[in-house]
Write a protein that binds this ligand. Structure first.
Ligand SMILES: [Zn+2]
Length: 367
Protein backbone atom coordinates (compact mmCIF):
# COMPACT_ATOMS: atom_id res chain seq x y z
CA UNK A 1 0.00 0.00 0.00
CA UNK A 2 1.38 3.40 -0.95
CA UNK A 3 0.18 6.60 0.62
CA UNK A 4 0.91 9.26 -1.94
CA UNK A 5 -1.02 12.24 -0.69
CA UNK A 6 -2.98 13.21 2.35
CA UNK A 7 -6.38 12.24 0.99
CA UNK A 8 -5.80 9.49 -1.53
CA UNK A 9 -3.95 6.25 -1.27
CA UNK A 10 -3.22 3.77 -4.00
CA UNK A 11 -3.93 0.21 -2.91
CA UNK A 12 -2.92 -1.50 -6.13
CA UNK A 13 -1.75 -0.18 -9.46
CA UNK A 14 -0.64 -1.69 -12.70
CA UNK A 15 0.22 0.40 -15.73
CA UNK A 16 -2.30 3.20 -16.04
CA UNK A 17 -5.02 1.80 -13.76
CA UNK A 18 -5.33 1.58 -10.03
CA UNK A 19 -7.46 0.69 -7.03
CA UNK A 20 -7.39 3.29 -4.31
CA UNK A 21 -9.07 4.82 -1.32
CA UNK A 22 -10.22 8.38 -0.89
CA UNK A 23 -9.62 9.45 2.70
CA UNK A 24 -11.91 12.32 3.60
CA UNK A 25 -11.86 13.95 7.03
CA UNK A 26 -15.31 12.55 7.73
CA UNK A 27 -15.89 9.73 5.22
CA UNK A 28 -13.74 7.48 3.08
CA UNK A 29 -14.50 5.33 0.05
CA UNK A 30 -12.79 2.83 -2.20
CA UNK A 31 -12.04 3.63 -5.84
CA UNK A 32 -12.88 3.08 -8.63
CA UNK A 33 -16.29 4.22 -7.48
CA UNK A 34 -19.65 4.90 -9.09
CA UNK A 35 -21.67 7.70 -7.49
CA UNK A 36 -25.45 7.59 -7.93
CA UNK A 37 -26.85 11.04 -8.63
CA UNK A 38 -29.19 12.37 -5.95
CA UNK A 39 -30.08 15.52 -7.83
CA UNK A 40 -32.21 17.21 -5.20
CA UNK A 41 -30.91 15.41 -2.14
CA UNK A 42 -32.30 12.04 -3.18
CA UNK A 43 -32.00 9.67 -6.12
CA UNK A 44 -35.34 9.75 -7.94
CA UNK A 45 -37.74 7.07 -6.69
CA UNK A 46 -34.99 5.62 -4.52
CA UNK A 47 -34.53 6.55 -0.84
CA UNK A 48 -31.02 6.78 0.52
CA UNK A 49 -31.54 3.85 2.91
CA UNK A 50 -31.98 1.60 -0.14
CA UNK A 51 -28.76 2.97 -1.66
CA UNK A 52 -27.03 2.21 1.61
CA UNK A 53 -28.34 -1.37 1.45
CA UNK A 54 -26.76 -1.86 -1.97
CA UNK A 55 -23.48 -0.70 -0.46
CA UNK A 56 -22.81 2.66 -2.11
CA UNK A 57 -20.19 4.70 -0.32
CA UNK A 58 -20.68 8.07 -1.98
CA UNK A 59 -23.52 9.95 -3.70
CA UNK A 60 -23.58 13.13 -5.75
CA UNK A 61 -25.92 16.03 -4.99
CA UNK A 62 -26.52 19.01 -7.26
CA UNK A 63 -25.65 22.34 -5.64
CA UNK A 64 -27.74 24.17 -8.23
CA UNK A 65 -30.93 22.46 -7.12
CA UNK A 66 -30.16 22.47 -3.38
CA UNK A 67 -29.32 26.20 -3.36
CA UNK A 68 -32.67 27.02 -4.96
CA UNK A 69 -34.78 24.51 -3.02
CA UNK A 70 -34.76 24.31 -0.05
CA UNK A 71 -31.71 26.64 0.04
CA UNK A 72 -28.17 25.93 1.24
CA UNK A 73 -28.71 27.99 4.43
CA UNK A 74 -31.80 25.91 5.30
CA UNK A 75 -29.81 22.68 4.83
CA UNK A 76 -26.98 24.13 6.96
CA UNK A 77 -29.43 24.99 9.77
CA UNK A 78 -30.69 21.41 9.67
CA UNK A 79 -27.16 20.10 10.26
CA UNK A 80 -25.92 19.80 6.67
CA UNK A 81 -26.70 17.61 3.71
CA UNK A 82 -25.78 14.31 5.37
CA UNK A 83 -28.30 14.85 8.14
CA UNK A 84 -30.89 16.50 5.91
CA UNK A 85 -30.83 13.72 3.32
CA UNK A 86 -30.34 10.82 5.72
CA UNK A 87 -27.09 9.75 4.11
CA UNK A 88 -24.38 8.46 6.45
CA UNK A 89 -21.59 8.08 3.87
CA UNK A 90 -19.66 10.45 1.61
CA UNK A 91 -21.29 13.17 -0.52
CA UNK A 92 -19.83 15.00 -3.49
CA UNK A 93 -21.54 18.22 -4.56
CA UNK A 94 -21.10 19.64 -8.03
CA UNK A 95 -20.76 23.40 -8.39
CA UNK A 96 -23.91 24.06 -10.38
CA UNK A 97 -22.00 24.99 -13.54
CA UNK A 98 -23.26 22.10 -15.62
CA UNK A 99 -26.94 22.70 -14.78
CA UNK A 100 -26.56 26.39 -15.50
CA UNK A 101 -25.02 25.62 -18.90
CA UNK A 102 -28.14 23.82 -20.00
CA UNK A 103 -30.27 26.86 -19.12
CA UNK A 104 -30.39 30.19 -20.87
CA UNK A 105 -27.41 31.48 -18.88
CA UNK A 106 -25.27 34.58 -19.37
CA UNK A 107 -21.60 34.31 -18.53
CA UNK A 108 -19.40 37.27 -17.68
CA UNK A 109 -15.91 37.41 -16.17
CA UNK A 110 -17.28 37.49 -12.65
CA UNK A 111 -19.88 34.72 -12.79
CA UNK A 112 -23.02 33.50 -14.47
CA UNK A 113 -26.58 34.76 -14.29
CA UNK A 114 -29.59 32.56 -14.90
CA UNK A 115 -33.22 32.13 -14.00
CA UNK A 116 -34.39 29.59 -11.45
CA UNK A 117 -35.92 26.51 -13.05
CA UNK A 118 -38.48 26.54 -10.20
CA UNK A 119 -39.95 30.04 -10.29
CA UNK A 120 -38.05 32.01 -12.93
CA UNK A 121 -36.39 34.22 -10.28
CA UNK A 122 -33.07 35.76 -11.27
CA UNK A 123 -30.02 34.12 -9.72
CA UNK A 124 -26.28 34.73 -9.99
CA UNK A 125 -23.53 32.21 -9.39
CA UNK A 126 -19.89 33.18 -8.86
CA UNK A 127 -16.91 30.93 -8.03
CA UNK A 128 -16.99 32.30 -4.49
CA UNK A 129 -20.67 31.72 -3.80
CA UNK A 130 -20.59 28.25 -5.44
CA UNK A 131 -17.91 27.34 -2.85
CA UNK A 132 -19.88 29.06 -0.09
CA UNK A 133 -23.04 27.07 -0.97
CA UNK A 134 -21.12 23.80 -0.91
CA UNK A 135 -19.53 24.69 2.42
CA UNK A 136 -23.00 25.32 3.80
CA UNK A 137 -24.25 22.01 2.38
CA UNK A 138 -21.27 20.37 4.08
CA UNK A 139 -20.40 17.84 1.40
CA UNK A 140 -17.18 15.82 1.70
CA UNK A 141 -16.02 16.90 -1.76
CA UNK A 142 -16.83 20.25 -3.36
CA UNK A 143 -16.23 21.15 -7.01
CA UNK A 144 -15.02 24.45 -8.44
CA UNK A 145 -17.39 26.43 -10.66
CA UNK A 146 -16.38 25.75 -14.26
CA UNK A 147 -17.57 26.62 -17.74
CA UNK A 148 -18.56 23.57 -19.74
CA UNK A 149 -19.03 23.85 -23.52
CA UNK A 150 -21.34 21.64 -25.54
CA UNK A 151 -19.59 19.93 -28.48
CA UNK A 152 -18.98 20.50 -31.30
CA UNK A 153 -17.54 23.93 -30.46
CA UNK A 154 -15.02 26.22 -32.14
CA UNK A 155 -11.49 26.51 -30.77
CA UNK A 156 -12.27 30.09 -29.74
CA UNK A 157 -15.31 29.00 -27.75
CA UNK A 158 -13.30 26.24 -26.06
CA UNK A 159 -10.46 28.64 -25.26
CA UNK A 160 -12.79 31.20 -23.76
CA UNK A 161 -14.41 28.58 -21.53
CA UNK A 162 -11.03 27.15 -20.61
CA UNK A 163 -9.43 30.43 -19.48
CA UNK A 164 -12.53 31.45 -17.57
CA UNK A 165 -12.51 28.03 -15.85
CA UNK A 166 -8.85 28.49 -14.87
CA UNK A 167 -9.46 31.96 -13.48
CA UNK A 168 -12.53 30.73 -11.57
CA UNK A 169 -10.56 27.74 -10.24
CA UNK A 170 -8.05 30.16 -8.63
CA UNK A 171 -10.87 32.18 -7.08
CA UNK A 172 -12.63 29.00 -5.88
CA UNK A 173 -9.52 27.80 -4.12
CA UNK A 174 -8.95 31.18 -2.52
CA UNK A 175 -12.56 31.21 -1.29
CA UNK A 176 -12.49 27.70 0.16
CA UNK A 177 -12.17 27.60 3.95
CA UNK A 178 -13.66 24.35 5.15
CA UNK A 179 -10.80 22.08 6.20
CA UNK A 180 -12.99 18.96 6.51
CA UNK A 181 -14.07 19.32 2.88
CA UNK A 182 -11.94 18.49 -0.16
CA UNK A 183 -11.99 20.71 -3.23
CA UNK A 184 -11.57 19.30 -6.73
CA UNK A 185 -10.48 21.25 -9.80
CA UNK A 186 -12.02 20.65 -13.24
CA UNK A 187 -10.12 20.25 -16.48
CA UNK A 188 -11.80 21.54 -19.66
CA UNK A 189 -10.74 21.96 -23.31
CA UNK A 190 -13.22 19.80 -25.23
CA UNK A 191 -11.50 17.13 -27.31
CA UNK A 192 -8.64 19.48 -28.28
CA UNK A 193 -5.38 17.91 -27.04
CA UNK A 194 -3.46 21.19 -26.86
CA UNK A 195 -6.18 22.93 -24.86
CA UNK A 196 -6.56 19.96 -22.50
CA UNK A 197 -2.84 20.09 -21.76
CA UNK A 198 -2.98 23.84 -21.06
CA UNK A 199 -5.95 23.25 -18.77
CA UNK A 200 -4.27 20.39 -16.90
CA UNK A 201 -1.06 22.31 -16.37
CA UNK A 202 -2.80 25.43 -15.08
CA UNK A 203 -5.27 23.52 -12.87
CA UNK A 204 -2.52 21.37 -11.33
CA UNK A 205 -0.44 24.45 -10.68
CA UNK A 206 -3.26 25.88 -8.58
CA UNK A 207 -3.36 22.53 -6.77
CA UNK A 208 -6.44 20.57 -5.71
CA UNK A 209 -7.29 17.45 -3.69
CA UNK A 210 -8.54 15.77 -6.87
CA UNK A 211 -9.05 16.51 -10.55
CA UNK A 212 -12.19 16.13 -12.60
CA UNK A 213 -12.27 15.65 -16.34
CA UNK A 214 -15.20 17.84 -17.37
CA UNK A 215 -16.74 18.76 -20.68
CA UNK A 216 -17.05 15.23 -22.08
CA UNK A 217 -20.08 13.20 -23.17
CA UNK A 218 -21.60 16.49 -24.32
CA UNK A 219 -22.14 15.61 -27.98
CA UNK A 220 -18.85 14.10 -29.19
CA UNK A 221 -18.23 10.55 -30.48
CA UNK A 222 -17.44 8.05 -27.74
CA UNK A 223 -14.06 7.19 -29.29
CA UNK A 224 -13.09 10.86 -28.91
CA UNK A 225 -14.32 10.85 -25.31
CA UNK A 226 -12.03 7.96 -24.45
CA UNK A 227 -9.11 9.42 -26.42
CA UNK A 228 -9.42 12.60 -24.38
CA UNK A 229 -9.75 10.63 -21.13
CA UNK A 230 -6.50 8.85 -21.98
CA UNK A 231 -4.70 12.10 -22.68
CA UNK A 232 -5.94 13.53 -19.35
CA UNK A 233 -5.03 10.43 -17.33
CA UNK A 234 -1.54 10.44 -18.85
CA UNK A 235 -0.98 14.03 -17.75
CA UNK A 236 -2.84 14.34 -14.44
CA UNK A 237 -0.91 13.72 -11.21
CA UNK A 238 -0.66 10.09 -10.14
CA UNK A 239 -1.25 10.86 -6.48
CA UNK A 240 -4.70 12.46 -6.74
CA UNK A 241 -8.10 10.99 -7.61
CA UNK A 242 -9.39 11.48 -11.17
CA UNK A 243 -13.09 11.96 -11.66
CA UNK A 244 -14.75 11.63 -15.08
CA UNK A 245 -17.84 13.81 -14.78
CA UNK A 246 -21.22 12.68 -16.07
CA UNK A 247 -19.94 9.61 -17.94
CA UNK A 248 -21.42 6.38 -16.64
CA UNK A 249 -22.47 3.98 -19.38
CA UNK A 250 -21.03 0.48 -18.81
CA UNK A 251 -18.77 0.58 -21.89
CA UNK A 252 -17.15 3.88 -20.97
CA UNK A 253 -16.73 2.95 -17.31
CA UNK A 254 -14.76 -0.22 -18.02
CA UNK A 255 -12.54 1.47 -20.60
CA UNK A 256 -12.02 4.59 -18.49
CA UNK A 257 -11.04 2.57 -15.40
CA UNK A 258 -8.45 0.84 -17.55
CA UNK A 259 -7.19 4.27 -18.62
CA UNK A 260 -6.83 5.35 -14.98
CA UNK A 261 -10.11 7.02 -13.93
CA UNK A 262 -11.13 6.61 -10.27
CA UNK A 263 -14.58 8.19 -9.96
CA UNK A 264 -17.79 8.26 -12.02
CA UNK A 265 -21.29 9.66 -11.77
CA UNK A 266 -24.22 9.34 -14.13
CA UNK A 267 -27.99 9.64 -14.01
CA UNK A 268 -28.47 6.97 -16.70
CA UNK A 269 -29.01 3.86 -14.50
CA UNK A 270 -31.94 5.47 -12.71
CA UNK A 271 -33.19 7.34 -15.77
CA UNK A 272 -33.47 4.24 -17.97
CA UNK A 273 -35.10 2.41 -15.03
CA UNK A 274 -37.91 4.97 -15.07
CA UNK A 275 -38.43 4.09 -18.73
CA UNK A 276 -38.75 0.37 -18.04
CA UNK A 277 -35.22 -0.65 -19.02
CA UNK A 278 -32.93 -2.91 -17.02
CA UNK A 279 -29.16 -3.14 -17.56
CA UNK A 280 -28.39 -6.84 -17.13
CA UNK A 281 -25.65 -9.42 -17.59
CA UNK A 282 -27.40 -10.27 -20.88
CA UNK A 283 -27.56 -6.68 -22.14
CA UNK A 284 -30.34 -4.12 -22.00
CA UNK A 285 -33.81 -5.49 -21.32
CA UNK A 286 -37.03 -3.59 -21.94
CA UNK A 287 -39.61 -5.11 -19.60
CA UNK A 288 -42.56 -3.90 -21.64
CA UNK A 289 -41.98 -6.43 -24.43
CA UNK A 290 -44.93 -8.78 -25.03
CA UNK A 291 -42.76 -11.87 -24.60
CA UNK A 292 -42.53 -11.14 -20.86
CA UNK A 293 -46.30 -11.12 -20.20
CA UNK A 294 -46.24 -14.59 -18.68
CA UNK A 295 -42.50 -15.00 -18.06
CA UNK A 296 -41.45 -16.67 -14.81
CA UNK A 297 -37.81 -15.74 -15.40
CA UNK A 298 -36.05 -13.08 -13.32
CA UNK A 299 -34.84 -9.85 -14.95
CA UNK A 300 -31.23 -11.00 -14.55
CA UNK A 301 -30.48 -14.61 -13.55
CA UNK A 302 -26.98 -13.57 -12.46
CA UNK A 303 -28.12 -10.80 -10.11
CA UNK A 304 -28.85 -11.21 -6.42
CA UNK A 305 -30.74 -7.97 -5.88
CA UNK A 306 -34.23 -8.24 -4.38
CA UNK A 307 -35.84 -7.24 -7.67
CA UNK A 308 -34.28 -10.24 -9.43
CA UNK A 309 -34.65 -12.67 -6.53
CA UNK A 310 -38.28 -11.88 -5.69
CA UNK A 311 -40.10 -10.90 -8.85
CA UNK A 312 -40.71 -12.64 -12.19
CA UNK A 313 -40.55 -10.69 -15.43
CA UNK A 314 -44.33 -11.12 -15.71
CA UNK A 315 -44.75 -8.84 -12.67
CA UNK A 316 -42.36 -6.20 -14.04
CA UNK A 317 -44.19 -6.29 -17.38
CA UNK A 318 -47.51 -5.91 -15.55
CA UNK A 319 -46.25 -2.98 -13.45
CA UNK A 320 -45.10 -1.20 -16.61
CA UNK A 321 -48.77 -0.98 -17.59
CA UNK A 322 -50.40 -0.40 -14.22
CA UNK A 323 -47.86 1.01 -11.76
CA UNK A 324 -44.80 2.55 -13.45
CA UNK A 325 -43.67 4.25 -10.23
CA UNK A 326 -43.23 0.96 -8.37
CA UNK A 327 -41.57 -0.50 -11.45
CA UNK A 328 -39.16 2.48 -11.45
CA UNK A 329 -38.17 1.69 -7.86
CA UNK A 330 -37.61 -2.00 -8.66
CA UNK A 331 -35.59 -1.32 -11.82
CA UNK A 332 -33.55 1.44 -10.16
CA UNK A 333 -32.57 -1.03 -7.46
CA UNK A 334 -31.50 -3.55 -10.07
CA UNK A 335 -29.64 -1.06 -12.30
CA UNK A 336 -27.73 0.45 -9.39
CA UNK A 337 -26.85 -3.05 -8.17
CA UNK A 338 -25.62 -3.78 -11.70
CA UNK A 339 -23.38 -0.67 -11.59
CA UNK A 340 -22.02 -1.68 -8.20
CA UNK A 341 -21.25 -5.16 -9.55
CA UNK A 342 -19.60 -3.73 -12.68
CA UNK A 343 -17.34 -1.50 -10.58
CA UNK A 344 -16.43 -4.47 -8.35
CA UNK A 345 -15.54 -6.35 -11.52
CA UNK A 346 -13.28 -3.45 -12.58
CA UNK A 347 -11.56 -3.51 -9.17
CA UNK A 348 -10.96 -7.23 -9.60
CA UNK A 349 -9.53 -6.58 -13.08
CA UNK A 350 -7.10 -4.04 -11.57
CA UNK A 351 -6.17 -6.55 -8.89
CA UNK A 352 -5.51 -9.23 -11.52
CA UNK A 353 -3.96 -6.85 -14.04
CA UNK A 354 -6.31 -8.01 -16.78
CA UNK A 355 -9.33 -6.20 -18.27
CA UNK A 356 -10.13 -8.79 -20.96
CA UNK A 357 -13.30 -10.17 -19.35
CA UNK A 358 -15.08 -6.90 -18.47
CA UNK A 359 -14.02 -5.40 -21.82
CA UNK A 360 -15.38 -8.39 -23.74
CA UNK A 361 -18.62 -8.11 -21.75
CA UNK A 362 -19.25 -4.42 -22.46
CA UNK A 363 -18.18 -4.78 -26.07
CA UNK A 364 -20.69 -7.60 -26.54
CA UNK A 365 -23.64 -6.04 -24.73
CA UNK A 366 -23.08 -2.31 -24.26
CA UNK A 367 -21.10 -0.98 -27.24
ZN1 LIG B 1 -31.07 -7.45 -10.02
Amino acid sequence: MTTLSGRFEILKESGSYRNGRFLGERHSFLTPVFMPVGTRGSVRLFPHDLLDQIGFEVVLANTYHMMLRPGADVVAKLGGLHRFSGWPNAILTDSGGFQVMSLDANFDLDGVSFRSVYDGAKAYLTPENAVRMQELLGSDIAMVLDVCTMLPASTDQLKEALYLTISWAKRSKAAHNRSDQSLFGIVQGGTDATLRKISIEATCEIGFDGYAIGGLAVGEERSLTLETVQLCCDSLPQDAPRYLMGVGDPYSIVHAVELGVDMFDCVAPSRVARHGVGWTSNGKVSVKQARYVASEEPLDPNCECDTCVRYPMALLNHLFKVDPVTLGVLLTRHNLTFMKTLISWCRKAVEEGNFNDPKRFVETYYS
